[in-house]
Design a protein around this ligand. Sequence first.
Ligand code: SF4
Length: 686
Amino acid sequence: MLDQVFRPCVIGGLTVPHRIVMGAMHLNLEALDDGGAALAAFYTERVRGGAGLIVTGGSAVAPAGSGGPGYGVLDDEKHRSALRLAARAVHEAGGLIALQLFHAGRYALPGAPGAVGAAPLAPSAVYSRFSRTVPRTMTEEQITGTVAAFARGAERARELGFDAVEVMGSEGYLINQFTAPLTNRRDDAWGGDAGRRRRFPVEVLRAVRAAAGPGFPVLFRMSGADLVDDGTPWEETSALAVELAGAGADALAVGVGWHESPVPTVQAQVPAGTWAVYAERVKRALRAAGHGAVPVIASNRFNRLAQAEQALAGGDVDLVAMARPFLADPAIVDKSRRGASASVDLCIACNEACIDRSFGTERVSCLVNPRAGHEREFPARSSPARRGRYAVIGAGLAGLEAARTLAGLGHEVEVYEAADEPGGQFRLAARVPGKADFAATVRQREQELDRLGVPVYLGHRIGVRDVPALRAMDGVVLATGVRPHRPDLPGVDLPHVLDYARAFADPAALGPCVAVIGGGGIAVDLAHLLTGDSSPGPTPEEFLASRAMTAPPGAVPVSRTTAAPAGGSRQLTVMRRGGRIGAGIGPSTRWVVMEELRARGVRLLTDVTYEEITQGGVVVVDKGGERRLVAADHVVLATGQESRREVAAVLRRAEIPFESAGGAADARSLNAVRATAQGLRAAHRI
Ligand code: SF4
């Protein structure tokens, strides 16, 4: 039951049809040279899937406020045209759209239009680990000019046809930099005490409110907890909420964390719904000050509408903003409304195709939905002139993506998988503590293929006998995946040596002392599996407690401490020849998983040469030339993968053309994002 979710809500006179807001996401579509076509298509598809109110990714109110090269700047006529098109498209599809007014401050990345040749602007010259720069201290003139730029942004939003604006004042961007003692070291009218630190956000809100005019909703996204040392203390946060409401904010959206926070906020390790508590605190502060009618929007780390329902049912949150779940499934709202939640493509919080890309220039997309950001290139449906029959060989992620795409396009599809279960290597990852949602992706695909009438023949290894049937097809997608690579190393055939696939399949069979050869993403996942336990993971309360964050409103202490290792009795060493352990893991996630491994006492060795595997473990030579034994009862090989080529050989001999996807195409640096994207492309190319 989603009774709370599916109730309308009024924000500053604007009636939004339900309680889910599609939160702001920077997509790297904003500054494309396509007149806004890709951006409009992206938003339109979400409206068609039930999104009510959409908040755009941040549009910089001035060139210096641009977050990076892929950001749009409101002074740029080309960007404004793109926004105009996007707003019109959303309205034509029946949706509502708010423009997010943004200034990155010291988080402006190199390459941002306004940062060329000059350091970013900030309240004070405090080095940022995120942008790796020392910003310039803003002059009085620059501050008042920026307030005016926010106001001009609101006027432009109206002119461009938007329904509302959201002022970006959280996540460590410029406005938030003014409220935090860490980054506001001024002693003038804009800093020096709590009241003066709040002046900038309040002046921005007042200016935006005035420029927006009556009846044009102004949302303000504020930080509920900065989660950095010397961040905005709680009493200043609650005072800011009250002042913003008093100054005319029509809704307060509450974000948490900065890009420099030592506390993870949106990674898979964070339990869903953890951060609603900060929005609830804001709501209670507003109520106590007589502003209880101002809607409060919770955000960060919700991936199911049922979680939003729970937060709303508590009564201290009015709406829930979800962003990444709309990348993963544009129809999350409609499917959930129809009671078909199991058919929702869940966001698995991997961040690999979204947040990690948003820091660069590559188009943001989604691991589980590679069409995201490419809606025009790969239409969901088409009317094929001729309905074809296709075979997909392999039911890993790439094959499943190809099969559901072909079937969605109206073709007849059959899937053949040699294993007894679909999912391929992705199924291994689903066993890792904190990655239980990965299994939901495979289940969703099975269900979708079933609904589309696609038979999946499990345990069917394609061979010469299948050639006549394959010849009769209109096309074949080869997605037979990979097998673990076996290095040429003395001792590799000893009985206590096994590959990573076997270790994933039966971790309990491994002894108390294990050495993993190889340090890529699979090795890191395996290390978590071997040192974790099978419990479902912490509750939000346990997670916050593990970070010393259970204190009632007051200064929010920040700690790097993670929960005590649950399955920490096993001694584990992960070793790699060169480079960092887990180097291929995206920057928004790697630090979290590595921190956990260190907390569990996992030994990490890099820059070693493997000499041989013996009964006692692995003999390695370190950079200094020292030879030593890494003791182990079992040695696991996580030394990469190689493509399975047997079926390709059968097809070639029979002269049956095929398209390859995933590991069958290229096993080097294979990852799930690439696999699904290749599955999609293969289905459209064939
Ligand atoms: Fe979610 Fe991963 Fe998709 Fe990003 S890439 S939206 S985190 S599933």
